[in-house]
Structure formats: structure tokens, C-alpha cells
Design a protein around this ligand. Structure first.
Ligand code: 13P
Length: 325
């Protein structure tokens, strides 16, 4: 049964109005609860439009981490995936961090565990371990530096040139950084299944069909090196949002999770966006729904915590990154 007064009649329609009216009612209730709870809602660019509408801030992993750190709200309701909420919990140890659905994980983050980082370090004792922010807190606790899709090059510039780098877990972001920095980087072979759904031949076809379109690609993209060379820009999700706002182009091929297109289309109704693949969807992100956001604020669920011993170590690579960029 729906928790929303007047909305539950079994067919998804409200006795008092259409589903659209119900959706607006839910958003109003969330706004009231948010004030009562002294909560802030942070949402990732991939979240559905209804969630982005009620969020106080929508952004990429780096932007969200910074907002979490800066907020004076008592509660952070994090609409994203688990590693993002864990990062917020470590940056804000005195705040309550909630997620609408604790099962919203990250398949890429799950591709490495702490024991594997330790074993890799044994084989490269002088290596510096750099982790993508898409890692669990227990993995971050084994690493030296953290990066996001926005700041990898800048962070790597702070690591002495003679040091070899062990990069976990995303092979494609690591390859991009390797090409950009020409550093000796060993790559873990993890990947994001949503980005891997974007196939080079689909991109080739779209580029042929829309020769005027700019091709924007996320560095996690499981495309070949050839696609990396062809991309007009390789950017984080927020980098894409900013680039589209600046660009005179009218059409864009977007190679990342399809959720981002909602934000782009809302902000630029005059521009046209083609997803590089309709199948590039993150099922974890989609676990979060507007109803679960509401229930999170009603019940103050689901609290995300990190073991204090783990947090003490895992915060180190995160703080190093935030000091650099
Ligand atoms: P961004 O930091 O670019 O938003 O990417 C986060 C992410 O998890 C992509 O899959």
C-alpha cells in the first residue's frame, strides 16, 4: 500500500487526481519533511528526474562529496550508490547519512576486495595505489590516493614521476589516465557493466547518422581505444553538463548511463541528445525511487555507517584528493 494519503487505490491513480498530481503531492511532502528533519538531499546525475527535482544538489561524485562535506544539515539523504554514501559518512562523521535503498551498490566497486589490493601491493612494493572513488570504504582503506572521473590527471601529477602506479578498479578510467599522463600505470581489470553496454559499432552508426553531433564520452566507457581517440571530449557526468552548456553544438551523442540525459534534456530543451546506448542503465541507481526517498525521511532509514577503524584509514586517500582539487 502506498504511504501517500489519497494515492493508493490499487491502480496507481489517486482518487484526488492523476499520477502527475500524486507525484507533485509526494514532492511537496518531501519538501516539508526535509525542513522538519533538517535534511539535505544530494542526488547523483544518474538518478531519475523526480529525485533530481527534490534534491538540493545534483552532481557528479566529486561535487557530491564536496557538498556533503560542506553542508550544515543534520541529515544527508544520499540518492546515489553505496560507495558515495559511505564517502559522505566518512567526511561527515557527526551527521546521519541515509540512503533510500541500501541495496543500491556498484558492480564496479564490487570488482575488487581489500585482500586483492594487499596481494597486488606485495608484488609491487614500491607502487602507489590509486583508487577510483567507485570503491568500498574497506578497499579505500588499503589505498594511497583517491580520484574521481573529474580529477584523475591532477591527482596523479602529485605522485612523484618515478613511482609506478597501481590503479583500481576501473580498467578504462585507468587506461585514459595512462594515455593522458604517460605514467607507468598497472591496471586492474574491473569495469562498469552499464558503460560496457555501449558498443563501438553503435557509436560508429550514431556518428554516421548525426555527423554534426558532438560525441561526449565518460572515461568509464567500455569502448575501445579507437573510440577514445574519436571522442570530442572525455568527461565526468558533471563535465558533460558543463560542456553542453558552453558548446554551440545543437546535437550530442552521450556515452554514459542514460540517467544523465534527463538532466541534459531538462536544462537544454532546445538541444538534442542521443544516448550512445539505450541499454546503458545502472540498475543499482534505479533502485532509488521517489517513494523510497519519501520513506527514508519518514522513517529515517537506511542509515549508512563505516566502521571507525576502517574510516580512519579510508579517509586518508579521500582527504588527499580533496586537498589537491
Ligand atoms: P561521475 O563522477 O562522472 O558522476 O561518475 C560516477 C559514476 O559512478 C559513473 O559510473
Amino acid at each position: 500500500m502506498s504511504p501517500f494519503n489519497g494515492s493508493a487505490n490499487g491502480n496507481g491513480h489517486s482518487p484526488t487526481g492523476s499520477p502527475l498530481v500524486v507525484a507533485e503531492m509526494v514532492k511537496e511532502k518531501i519538501a516539508i519533511l526535509k525542513r522538519e528533519r533538517e535534511a539535505v538531499i544530494l542526488a547523483h546525475n544518474y538518478q531519475e528526474g523526480a529525485i533530481q527535482d527534490v534534491a538540493d544538489f545534483v552532481g557528479d561524485s566529486l561535487g557530491l562529496a564536496r557538498k556533503a562535506k560542506a553542508t550544515d544539515a543534520k541529515i544527508i539523504l544520499f540518492c546515489g550508490v553505496h560507495f558515495m554514501a559511505e564517502t559522505a559518512a566518512m567526511l561527515c562523521p557527526n551527521k546521519t547519512v541515509l540512503m533510500p535503498d541500501l541495496a543500491a551498490g556498484c558492480s564496479l566497486a564490487d570488482m575488487i576486495i581489500p585482500e586483492q589490493v594487499r596481494a597486488w601491493r606485495v608484488r609491487h612494493p614500491d607502487g602507489v595505489v590509486v583508487c577510483y572513488i567507485n570503491t568500498s570504504a574497506v578497499v579505500k582503506a588499503e589505498c594511497d590516493y583517491c580520484v574521481t572521473s573529474t580529477n584523475g590527471v591532477k591527482v596523479l601529477e602529485h605522485i612523484p614521476a618515478e613511482k609506478e602506479i597501481l590503479f583500481v578498479p576501473d580498467y578504462y578510467l585507468g587506461s585514459f589516465l595512462k594515455a593522458k599522463t604517460r605514467r607507468k600505470i598497472h591496471l586492474w581489470k574491473g569495469y562498469c557493466p552499464a558503460h560496457a553496454a555501449i558498443l563501438p559499432e553503435q557509436v560508429d552508426r550514431l556518428r554516421e547518422e548525426h555527423p554534426e553531433a558532438e560525441f561526449l564520452m565518460h572515461p568509464e566507457c567500455g569502448c575501445t581505444t579507437k573510440q577514445m581517440d574519436l571522442a570530442d571530449q572525455i568527461l565526468s557526468t558533471e563535465g558533460m553538463v558543463q560542456h553542453v552548456a558552453r558548446s554551440p553544438a545543437r546535437e550530442f551523442i552521450i556515452a554514459t548511463e542514460t540517467g544523465l540525459l534527463n538532466r541534459l534534456r531538462t536544462q537544454h530543451p532546445d538541444k538534442t541528445f542521443y544516448p550512445a546506448s539505450e541499454h546503458a542503465t545502472c540498475h543499482h541507481m534505479q533502485r532509488n525511487t521517489i517513494e523510497k526517498v519519501f520513506m527514508s525521511l519518514v522513517k529515517l532509514q537506511h542509515v549508512v555507517t563505516v566502521d571507525p577503524q576502517v574510516a580512519k584509514q579510508a579517509i586518508v586517500p579521500i582527504q588527499r584528493m580533496l586537498e589537491i582539487v
